[in-house]
Design a protein around this ligand. Structure first.
Ligand SMILES: Cc1cc2nc3c(=O)[nH]c(=O)nc-3n(C[C@H](O)[C@H](O)[C@H](O)COP(=O)(O)OP(=O)(O)OC[C@H]3O[C@@H](n4cnc5c(N)ncnc54)[C@H](O)[C@@H]3O)c2cc1C
Length: 402
């Protein structure tokens, strides 16, 4: 039997692929099983001092994601003998990655795309896993899709259960048990009771911070001593009646050398503009996301600490300036352009391939694997879900063949 801890980007697909191949699987998830439309109630902050969010519920952070799906770190992973080419192709087909039909590109997104192209930037529609026929274009992807038009890790968990997997929710895994350096099961807490399940194979997919805490408790002390978090800000200003706030979010993409930009509504931008008559529908804003150096860590209390380097700030400044040019070209009043505070988008790199796990994602404990954002060796500076899905698909194939 294989135990999978966590049901987000890494855990869901792994459970499905294994169950589909008749391998007995038990999935343990710390949060509850919920409807996707209720996901916004399950946002969690990793730390008081660092602005970094997740959701603790079925599907993990994928349930509030924009379903942006881009390949990342292909070249870098090859250095660790990890070739994701086939896995990417498989996963892209499975979740239906495509650029949205023009019927789902709103006025604000189109203005972003036109401005990016006019400025000679590499500009495209964002590859996504959203079904246009179901999508009501409400702009609420980050709250949890009200009509299940968007792929999330929950879809794979449901498919895994149908294929025979067992799911235990509201179960917080504390530790992986081992004997003579071989995994023997996990200890978890449910309804305030400590419980144990035995298995010789355990895959942690509890996210970069969740997996770190479990690894440390299980004797792998080096986990979480480094961390990236893909910093971002949103930059925006006043564009009367653009009504971008109700469009499909992040449906456009500009790829720079050191940043990516994508149109993304932030109500904080409106709060920056002193004129009270400015409404949410009058704001066009752009998310600026950059790769950062692995200079953060998870401290002994489990809090995230992030150190910003000159390199991190320089990339963010470059992206922010470019976003300003796009906004101005798109018709935004330049005197109103401002930015949100600096936040983290995707924590990862806490159990990197080549250091904490080998190229098969196995730790120094035989039978204990990690398959989530933890294993990424460096910051992708881009949406990481597709890469995590591909890594888990590759691990599923490895475990099936084993
Ligand atoms: C608002 C928002 C929008 C985003 N949009 C995108 C996007 O469009 N595209 C993209 O690529 N990325 C996006 N991301 C980032 C992406 O969702 C994450 O990087 C990705 O989900 C990480 O996958 P994971 O498997 O590492 O962890 P998660 O998906 O977070 O899954 C971890 C799971 O483990 C569970 N867990 C944690 N601790 C324990 C424990 N001790 N015991 C049992 N279970 C545990 C959690 O509850 C959770 O279900 C977004 C993130 C946010 C917050």
């Amino acid at each position: 039997m294989i135990i999978i801890v966590g049901t987000g980007a890494g855990g869901g697909i792994l459970a499905y692929e294994l169950a589909k191949n008749k391998i007995p699987v038990t999935i343990l998830e710390k949060g509850p099983y919920i409807d996707s439309k209720d996901a916004f109630n399950y946002y969690d902050k990793y730390s008081e001092d660092v602005d970094l969010l997740t959701t603790t519920c079925i599907g993990g952070a994928t349930i509030v994601s924009m379903s942006n799906m881009v390949r990342a770190l292909d070249e870098e992973l090859l250095e660790y003998d990890v070739d994701l080419t086939e896995a990417y192709e498989y996963v892209e087909q499975l979740v239906g990655v495509h650029q949205l039909d023009d019927s789902h590109i709103g006025k604000g997104t189109q203005a972003f795309l036109d401005a990016g192209r006019e400025l000679g930037l590499t500009t495209l529609k964002m590859p996504k896993a959203i079904r246009e026929e179901d999508c009501i274009q409400c702009g609420r992807c980050a709250f949890g899709c009200p009509v299940n038009a968007k792929w999330s890790g929950k879809d794979f968990v449901d498919m895994a259960i149908e294929a025979g997997a067992e799911l235990i929710c509201d179960a917080e895994v504390i530790e992986v048990l081992s004997e003579n350096n071989n995994a023997t099961g996990v200890k978890y807490i449910k309804n305030n009771n400590e419980k144990i399940i035995s298995a010789d194979t355990v895959v942690l997919a509890a996210g970069a911070i969740g997996s770190t805490l479990i690894l440390r408790k299980s004797g792998i002390e080096e986990a979480g001593r480094q961390l990236f978090f893909d910093p971002f800000v949103s930059v925006g200003g006043y564009l009367k009646d653009v009504n971008f706030n109700t469009e499909v979010q992040m449906a456009g993409l500009v790829i720079g050398e050191n940043f990516v930009l994508s149109p993304h509504f932030s109500s904080f931008i409106r709060a920056n503009i002193p004129d009270d008559s400015v409404a949410d529908g009058d704001i066009l804003s752009i998310m600026v996301k950059t790769p950062d150096e692995c200079r953060g860590y998870v401290d002994d209390e489990g809090d995230v600490v992030k150190i910003n380097t000159i390199h991190d700030i320089r990339f963010l400044a470059e992206g922010t300036a470019t976003a300003g040019f796009i906004l101005e070209r798109a018709g935004v009043d330049p005197s109103t352009i401002g930015s949100t505070v600096y936040r983290g988008a995707h924590p990862g790199g806490t159990a990197p391939i080549g250091k904490i796990v080998d190229s098969n994602q196995q730790t120094e404990i035989e039978g204990l694997y990690v398959s989530d954002a933890s294993v990424l060796p460096i910051s992708p500076g881009k949406p990481p879900i597709l890469t995590i899905l591909a890594l888990s698909k590759r691990l599923a194939d490895y475990l099936i063949n084993k």
